[in-house]
Write a new protein. Structure first.
Length: 78
């Protein structure tokens, strides 16, 4: 699996199949996306990231990563 942010400054490749799909309907995810948020979960050791995401604490439960060039969220982590 691979993907990237909209501007292309941060991209990733996973060497493993995703462990599962997460659909979150919490207030933070709804506020950020306008609806429920869907993502996949992969082990960190299986993830190769190109570029340098900038992280900020988006809630008490998670951090959000974004490409500084575009200032748009492209990833999250617990």
């Amino acid at each position: 699996m691979n993907g990237r942010c909209l501007c292309g400054h941060v991209s990733f490749t996973s060497r493993e199949t995703p462990e599962g799909v997460v659909i979150c309907r919490c207030a933070d995810c709804r506020r950020w996306s306008g609806n429920a948020w869907a993502s996949v979960s992969v082990p960190l050791e299986a993830l190769e990231v190109r570029g340098t995401p900038v992280w900020y604490r988006s809630s008490v439960h998670a951090a959000a990563g974004f490409a500084a060039a575009a200032a748009r969220r492209c990833s999250g982590k617990p």
